[in-house]
Design a protein around this ligand. Structure first.
Ligand code: COI
Length: 357
């Protein structure tokens, strides 16, 4: 499918953010966006890259009432030689369609997903920040736009992609966060939508996140929805625990998001001399292992924050410190290696990088 490029009038061009410390995360957006529509009987149509602008949508649109919505997150980096690199975008294309299947939304052909993003990023490459820790965050999204209040899959969807030049996800940058194990609210249940990247999962996490903040913690660590006993995810990230030279993470069980960074950590760790174990992690055993010093480090992984060290963990009013509240050696090594591959400073032995033509 051809993507039409709609001219960008000079008056719609925004000033770029020159000072990287002012970027924050997801606060600024580039001049253009990708927009494609899908209609029953017609399929994908009217693909275009157009000036970034608000939508005019009917207040009755399905997405506003029943949250038929999915999204993705990936990043583009500008290398020192001027090339623009995407990190494993095929994984996001696949996961987008898995999420879409769960939400009864039409699949976006992988070629359209990738070509649309590449063309948009190529046009907007002047927006890619290059200071350490910065990148261009790419947010593909699909929403149901039929103006009808019956609960049913829509007949009309918008698939769109917006771009945001970003700094670190956490204002504190690459520094240890404190997390609270949530033993009342749950994020996902077996058979639910936990594995899908859909807005509702994030909306329903807000209350627990706010309560944790009021208690002085940065993030919530979710337990399984059936027994509230097994570790699932932390905030919007997957979670890893380091036992000496072994790294343990929760096995994918249908309610955990299958993170691209999670998969990258699992593949990278053996090259750094660490074995990886994907299994059930009982929170009680975990607390015992932290107390005894068997767990030497903990970190979260996600596209937005890459690797986030965990310095403190609280469960049932007992707060334990990890790695003396500092960044652990393996956590640091994984962060340096991943960001090194993403920014072209280290060899990409896995073939993860895809250059924008
Ligand atoms: C990502 O890491 O891209 C995420 O999905 C987190 C996001 C909700 C900010």
């Amino acid at each position: 499918m051809d993507i039409k490029i709609i001219p960008l009038p000079a008056e719609k061009m925004k000033a770029k953010i020159a000072d990287a410390s002012q970027l924050g995360f997801g606060k600024h957006f580039t001049d253009r966006m990708l927009m494609v529509e899908w209609k029953t009987g017609q399929g994908w149509c009217d693909a275009r890259i157009e000036p970034y602008a608000p939508f005019v949508l009917d207040p009755a649109c399905l997405v506003f009432h029943y949250a038929q919505e999915i999204f993705e997150g990936l990043k583009a980096y500008k290398w020192a030689d001027g090339r623009v690199a995407l990190f494993r975008p095929e994984m996001n294309a696949r996961r987008f369609n898995q999420s879409g299947d769960r939400l009864c939304m039409p699949p976006v052909p992988e070629e359209l997903f990738l070509k649309g993003i590449e063309q948009l990023v190529a046009l907007e490459q002047e927006w890619i920040p290059t200071a350490p820790g910065t990148s261009l965050y790419i947010r593909p999204t699909m929403i149901a736009v039929d103006p009808v209040l019956g609960v049913k899959p829509a007949d009309h969807y918008y698939f769109y992609v917006i771009l945001s030049p970003v700094g670190p996800y956490y204002a504190a940058g690459f520094n240890p966060v404190s997390i609270m194990v949530e033993d009342h609210y749950v994020r996902a249940v077996p058979g639910g939508t936990g594995e899908a990247k859909t807005g509702g999962n994030y909306a329903s996490s807000l209350k627990a996140g706010l309560e944790a903040k009021h208690k002085g913690f940065d993030q919530v660590l979710w337990l399984d929805g059936r027994e509230r006993r097994y570790i699932e995810e932390v905030g919007a990230m997957n979670m890893f625990f380091v036992y000496g030279d072994k790294i343990v993470t929760a096995a994918l069980n249908g309610s955990i998001l299958s993170g691209v960074t999670r998969d990258s950590v699992i593949k990278l760790a053996p090259t750094l001399g660490c074995q990886v174990e994907e299994r059930l992690i009982d929170v009680n055993d975990l607390m015992t292992d932290i107390r005894s010093g068997k767990v030497t480090e903990a970190f979260g992984s996600g596209t937005a924050a890459v690797i986030t060290p965990v310095g403190k963990l609280c469960y049932k009013n007992e707060t334990l410190q990890l790695t003396g509240g500092k960044v652990g050696g393996i956590t640091q090594k994984l962060y340096d290696t991943l960001t090194g591959i993403q920014t072209g400073q280290l060899e990409d032995d896995f073939g993860w990088v895809r250059f924008v033509k």
